[in-house]
Structures are given as C-alpha cells and as structure tokens.
Design a binder for this molecule. Structure first.
Ligand SMILES: NC(=O)c1ccc[n+]([C@@H]2O[C@H](COP(=O)([O-])OP(=O)(O)OC[C@H]3O[C@@H](n4cnc5c(N)ncnc54)[C@H](OP(=O)(O)O)[C@@H]3O)[C@@H](O)[C@H]2O)c1
Length: 339
C-alpha cells in the first residue's frame, strides 16, 4: 500500500498529469528530488560572466523569454532569437523595449537555413571581440503536438522534428565555430519525454530522444575542444508556457480528425477520439507554474565551471516516474505507469 502511494500517488489516474491542486500537494511534501538542477546550482564555482554573448532560440514566449531576461540580469549579452520578431510579436517587442545594448533580439526561424546563417553572422558582427567567439547557445525553440500513432500524419511527424530536432542540429552547427573559439557552452532543452516515452506523444518523444542522442555525441566530440554540452530535461510546466493552449489543442484536434484515414475513423470512432482530446484539454492546466528551476538549471549550465551533463527540473512525481521508467525492466514499469 505504501509502495503504491509512493509510486503512483494518484493511483486512480495512472497516466494522467498532475493538476495544479495536486502539484501543490506534491510540492508541500518537500521531496529531496524537487528541482534537482536548481538545488545543485549553488554548489559549484562560477565562470566570469563579463558581458559574454549567449544566443537563446525561441524567445517569443515561455522558458526562452524568461531565460533571456534572466541571463541579461546576470550580466550576459543576450541574443534573443525570436520566430516572430519581423511580425512584431509582443515577446520580441518587450525584449526590444528594454533598450539595452546587452539585450538584442534576432529574427530566427530555426527551420530556415538562410535565416540561421544570417542570424549567426549578425551575432558575430555584434560580439565585443568576434575573435573570442560566442560563449553560449541555448537551443530552446520547440513545438509540441499529441495523438496516437494511427492518428498522426507523416506531415505532423516531420513538422515537429523540423523544429525540435533539425532546428537544434542546424543552429548548433552554425554556431560551433564561434562556440569553439570561446570554449563555450551548448545547452539543449530536451524534456523528461526525451528519456521516457508516453502514449499519444510519439511525434514529440521521437524528437526529444533525438536531441538527447545528438547532445551526447556532441558532448563526446567537443570535450577535447573545451566546449561543454548540457541537457536540460524539464518535467511538466505546461501551465506556465505556451507549448499547449486550448486553442492549439482544438486546432490540432480538428485537423487530425479531418485528415484521418476512413478505416481509422471507423475503427476507433468519434467517442474514443473526443475522450482523448478532452484528456489533452485538462493537460493544458497541469504542471508547475513556477519555471525558476528550469531557468536556474540553464543558468547553471552556462555559468558553472563544472556544469552537469543532465539537469532534471521536475517535481517528485515525475522524477520518480522517470527513474523507474528508465531503470526498471519494461515489464514492471509499464504495469506501474502505462497499463
Ligand atoms: N512547457 C513544458 O512543460 C516543457 C517541458 C519539457 C520541455 N519543454 C521544452 O522547452 C522548450 C520551450 O518550450 P516552452 O514550454 O517554453 O513553450 P513555448 O512557450 O511555446 O516556447 C517555445 C518557443 O519556441 C518558438 N518557436 C516555435 N517554432 C519555432 C521555430 N521554427 N523557430 C524558432 N522558434 C520557434 C515559439 O514561438 P511562437 O510562440 O511564436 O510559436 C515559442 O516562443 C521547448 O523545446 C519544449 O519542448 C517544455
């Protein structure tokens, strides 16, 4: 009974996400695993910040927007890559309105090769000493979707991979010459879903597992060149960012149903489909609203003289679930969390 309470504190809902009320209960229990990346950040020696340059992608909203502001407050020169800067999106406008030379927004769609090359040239030209290179790159830009394998079109798989995976690879490759000169840092924002899969999340999981593999290979290759590579694996912060909004879920659901092959529509039926969508809608309000553990993990990876390979800013429930899913035989962990 005790074991069940620890492993599945909300055992009537095996794969449901925590809602805000539940999240508060978890946080009050004072788990030692809470925000481990955050907790560890105070222990190590810090590098000099000194106006060093950092490029953060996906700064229009969410973690990217917050981390851009936080790194600026720490003294970095921040190049905030924004998808919709040229469309006057309010995130980019707010960063521009800081009117500080150390906060510079850059038009950056990580899917567009030319835009990425132009963005990196723009940054290089604005570095205090281009010969000393760029200190940091935070690959944060990302999108998400949902849907079982049979409900997900090939276009959707490719669209999510183009941003989350190939976008990360593209921007990293473009920045590496500058990062190598600085013996700097690469910080890739993956997810707990880059370590453990979840039903109805295959398009997202595939890309985040890919980001993990890419980051590991890059870390091995860059070690002799003095560039350190870290991965941040946030838990559930859906309620705090724009990754899922009710409007986005509705738009995805409408298109998904419309595009479904007739045989899938008939075999699963509208009732089953609607139940899945309703479940996703409740997911929109789930997770932690306090993103400071993610922001602190990214900051630690950029400033500590010995950054961690992986950071796990997540609450106790997800931390434990990730340990069990990644360390126990599938036959056991599947029974605990999936079936
Ligand atoms: N929130 C969570 O619970 C959670 C958990 C684990 C991992 N993550 C990861 O954290 C990262 C940030 O997500 P978030 O939660 O902060 O969501 P978010 O608020 O939606 O932020 C993602 C940002 O990426 C931008 N973006 C989308 N496509 C882009 C492209 N092609 N080029 C450049 N930028 C693009 C978005 O711009 P628009 O807003 O203009 O579309 C948005 O500003 C993502 O990699 C996500 O997978 C999030």
């Amino acid at each position: 009974m005790l074991a069940t309470r620890i492993l599945r504190p909300f055992s009537n809902a095996p794969i449901r996400q925590l809602n805000l009320k539940e999240k508060n209960n978890v946080i009050r229990c004072g788990s030692p695993f809470l925000s481990s990346g955050d907790r560890r950040s105070y222990a190590s020696q810090q590098e000099q910040v000194d106006g060093k340059g950092v490029l953060v992608t996906g700064c229009d909203s969410g973690f990217g927007f917050s981390v851009a502001k936080h790194l600026h407050s720490k003294g970095f020169t921040v190049f905030a890559g924004c998808l919709l800067k040229d469309k006057g999106h309010e995130g980019a406008r707010e960063l521009d309105n800081m009117k500080c030379g150390r906060m510079q927004t850059v038009q950056l769609n990580v899917c567009k090769e030319e835009e990425v090359q132009r963005g990196v040239e723009h940054i290089q030209a604005r570095l205090k000493d281009p010969e000393k290179g760029l200190w940091g790159l935070v690959n944060n830009a990302g999108i998400s979707t949902f849907g079982e394998v049979e409900f997900t079109s090939m276009e959707t798989y490719k669209e999510v991979a183009e941003v989350n995976l190939w976008g990360t690879v593209r921007v990293t490759k473009a920045c590496l010459p500058l990062l190598r000169r600085a013996k700097g840092r690469v910080v890739n924002i993956s997810s707990m879903l880059g370590r453990m899969a979840n039903p109805a999340r295959s398009p997202y999981c595939i890309t985040k597992f890919g980001v993990e593999a890419f980051s590991d290979c890059l870390r091995y290759e860059m070690h002799p060149r003095g560039v350190k590579v870290s991965i941040v694996e946030p838990g559930n912060f859906i309620a705090a960012t724009s990754l899922y909004t009710p409007e986005r879920i509705k738009a995805i659901a409408d298109k998904m149903w419309e595009d479904l092959p007739e045989v899938v529509r008939q075999d699963y039926g509208r009732k089953y489909f609607d139940e899945k969508i309703a479940r996703m809608e409740t997911y929109c309000n789930s997770g932690s609203t306090d993103t400071s553990s993610v922001i602190n993990a990214i900051t630690h990876a950029l400033t500590s003289s010995s950054p961690y390979t992986r950071y796990h800013p997540m609450d106790y429930y997800w931390w434990l679930r990730m340990q069990i899913m990644t360390h126990m035989p599938g036959a056991i962990s599947d029974r605990i969390y999936i079936y």
